[in-house]
Design a protein around this ligand. Sequence first.
Ligand SMILES: *Cc1c(COP(=O)(O)O)cnc(C)c1O
Length: 501
Amino acid sequence: MISAHRRLASPRATGSPTRRPVAALLDRSSVDDLVEQLDAARDVLAGAFARTTQPLSGISPEAAAAGVAAVDLDRPLDGVGDVLDEVRRVYLDHAVWFHHPRYQAHLNCPVALPAVLGDVIAVAVNSSLDTWDQSGPATHMERHLLAWTAGRLGLPASADGIFTTGGTQSNLHALLLARGEALAAGADPARLRIVTSSDAHFSSRKAAMVLGLGEDAVVETAVDAAGRMDVEDLDAVLARLRTEGLVPMAVVATAGTTDRGCIDPLSSVARACRRHEVWLHVDAAYGGGLVTSRRRRHLLTGVERADSVTVDFHKTFFQPVACSAVLVADRATLRHVTHHAAYLNPSSDVAEDIPNQVDKSLQTTRRFDALKLWTTLRTLGPDRVGELLDTVIDLAAEVRGDLVGDPDFRVVTEGDLSTVLFRFVESDVDDERLDAVNEQARRRLYATGLGAVARTRLGGRTWLKLTLLNPATTLADVQQVLDLVRGHARAALAHPDEEVA
Ligand SMILES: *Cc1c(COP(=O)(O)O)cnc(C)c1O
């Protein structure tokens, strides 16, 4: 391990027969260098994983910034070994490790092992998925995966879609298509509205901003006690908008809300959308992985009636960032993002049936992000992916049950997926003070690096959140984090002035 390292650190001292300088580009002549460098990177990675005993180092933003600022980008280092050393020192030693069982904060997953393999190959070959003449079979592999996903969702044979960089882009893409349909039907752009629940992800609001509708074009429905869209209210909102001369261009239902992990009643929402003739987009960025679950696939019932669906493979399919897709029930709607450029994808290509994915994408040059999903499914198979997801959903349910009996915490008892919302409480302390104490507990824990939890607001109060996406995390790991939170909360109550970063 160390020898490979040294060899790369000073290539001239190695006695290498060719004594060639480090190659600038990857090609046939430098492929041996690539292999050698992958070996060295492997050692650095293996070392980092071996040394990782907690999810983060607890480094402060100031210290991290100083470490990075000290690097003079105008003065390259002497060899790949030194570069890897610097990467280790500046980045890996202080990275946030999603594979660590006590990382329980956000919607980040440990990555599927076969996905790394796929991504390394994708990066080295560097196919670009915009046109067939830059990608060859990669385009067909992407299409095969999109068709597979559409099939699992139960979308009709007319379905299609495209890979994107994430749920935010997938939602934007879907809403752009919905707007295109509304405008094609003669709607006044100033009167367009997007309807979603008050628990929905903020990316619909961002999409409204990007689409020139303004954030105010998003109208919220109420949710029930568990945080699922209230369909009666949806019905009322849609009727009211029409009465006011406004045009609901899309309803965004959420299959797995980011905080409470609840799935909107998709079948009833779909019925309301049909009745009011509104485009239904299902944001399944979080819950999309359920299509692989034998035990919980039924939670997505109704999604097959959507006009468009967002699925984030980089959440519940355990894929490295970025890996997401937007699917549409009617592939003809993708025309709203089509532009034919003479140099790239001329309309004559359509007549010749040349498959140019750029015709359906907001991006032009685009990574082969589908390959890592491909290698994952071909190695593990969908059932194993579903079992991994079921494991973390089971754990979340177990944790919620456990917290109900704990006098130090209040807990949100309902949830379809793998989040747990909880809050440290103390009987004689008011809610406002407890808000601050919970936030302090989160920060203090983060500063120790021993665990990571998130925070959010619900019902006007601050709650802490576990997002469990690591199948290796056990109930004992969660209890350890909760005990740490408890300790920090008590300390924050006793010594409120001891601020930490
Ligand atoms: C995570 C999430 C998004 C945003 O997805 P990114 O991949 O982070 O862009 C959108 N909607 C929901 C419900 C999410 O949980």
